[in-house]
Design a protein around this ligand. Structure first.
Ligand code: AMP
Ligand code: MG
Length: 330
């Protein structure tokens, strides 16, 4: 039977709510995004205050624009983690309140699994090697033995943090990825930067320091942005290629906010072409954090009987996706 699930996302800068149907239609996806002051990163408490203020109107908008009646919602899913504690707690409280007042099950969802499962729904990917590149994650992932397995990851900063911290050094407000992409598109002058791939993992901290130093010494923002993108994207493309060659899968799916970047897609497509694999990128509207990721994954989990009593529900700031059982794919 086709039913509706409401999902709440609040792991970091975004408070978002969405209603999806269990047959995979996204009926609404409302959001409010916390903007940090220029030159600074996300302050967890400040972001949580944004979420607190935005929660009533975002939830109302998600329900109203879905066209659904409250009585049609059969479960409420929430991002249990990983993420920033104060932000996670706002979403959890909102979801608990709704689930308790509607008398429907509460379904905990791992945020990273949310990125992947919504990506599969929207791109039609069946068994991809996944590159998850966002503010909170940089991982190369593939499904095996009942779980999404991490085949490679960043040993320090995520790709989103690398771009945002570099942008902030230049005085931009986070998130800076799009501004860096625009600046990079105006240059083709490569400045030498450290390239650090260790086995299947990458390390970005030396690259960040070197990029900031180039700026401080007078190199143009355009040239350093271009060089930073070329270097960091080559690094993640190399480790994704290794995962693809090893697993012999035929799909590469890019998810997370950095998936919006056209140069990254271009590099991944050139690489995948050499392995007769196709590249699938999540549509822009759904590549960053959003409630639809949580609602859809909640629908899949709820279909397998996953739920948590409201009084036992919690949040988990650290929760690696390779410890999460995925019964709907097994
Ligand atoms: P998420 O955590 O999934 O919401 O992703 C947020 C991250 O995506 C931030 O670090 C942004 O700077 C980054 N981002 C957004 N758009 C782009 C873009 N066009 N190119 C590179 N990074 C981007
Ligand atoms: Mg995310």
């Amino acid at each position: 039977m086709n039913r509706l699930v409401l999902g709440v996302e609040s792991t970091a800068h975004t408070f978002s709510a969405s209603v999806v149907s269990t047959d995979g239609k996204i009926l609404s996806n409302a959001k409010s995004v916390y903007k940090a002051p220029e030159g600074s990163g996300i302050h967890p408490f400040e972001a949580s205050q944004n979420h607190l203020a935005a929660a009533p109107s975002v939830l109302e908008e998600a329900i109203r624009s879905s066209g659904a009646g409250l009585g049609e919602i059969s479960a409420v899913a929430y991002a249990m983690g990983p993420g920033l504690g104060p932000c996670l707690r706002v979403g959890a409280v909102a979801a608990r309140t709704l689930a308790a007042s509607l008398g429907v099950p509460l379904v905990p969802v791992n945020h990273a699994v949310g990125h992947i499962e919504l990506g599969c729904l929207l791109t039609g990917a069946r068994d991809p090697v996944v590159l998850l590149v966002s503010g909170g994650h940089t991982m190369i992932i593939a499904f095996s033995g009942g779980r999404w397995r991490i085949l490679g990851e960043s040993l320090d900063l995520t790709l989103g943090q690398l771009l945002d911290q570099f942008g902030r050094h230049h005085g931009l407000a986070s998130p800076c990825g799009r501004a860096i992409e625009e600046a990079a598109s105006r240059s083709s002058s490569y400045l030498r930067l450290p390239y650090s791939v260790k086995g299947n993992d990458v390390s970005f901290s030396g690259l960040l320091t070197a990029s900031k130093t180039l700026l401080d010494r007078g190199a143009s923002f355009e040239d350093v942005s271009y060089s930073l993108q070329e270097t960091s994207f080559s690094m993640v493309t190399e480790v994704t290629e290794r995962a693809l060659a090893f697993t012999e899968k035929k799909e590469v799916m890019i998810v997370g906010g950095v998936a919006a970047n056209r140069r990254l897609s271009q590099m991944m497509s050139a690489m995948a072409g050499r392995h007769s694999a196709r590249v699938l990128a999540v549509p822009l509207e759904y590549s960053g954090d959003c409630g639809a990721q949580i609602a859809w994954t909640g629908a899949l989990a709820h279909g397998c009987g996953i739920q948590v009593p409201v009084v036992e529900s919690s949040v988990r700031q650290s929760w690696r996706l390779d410890v999460v059982d995925i019964p709907w794919r097994s």
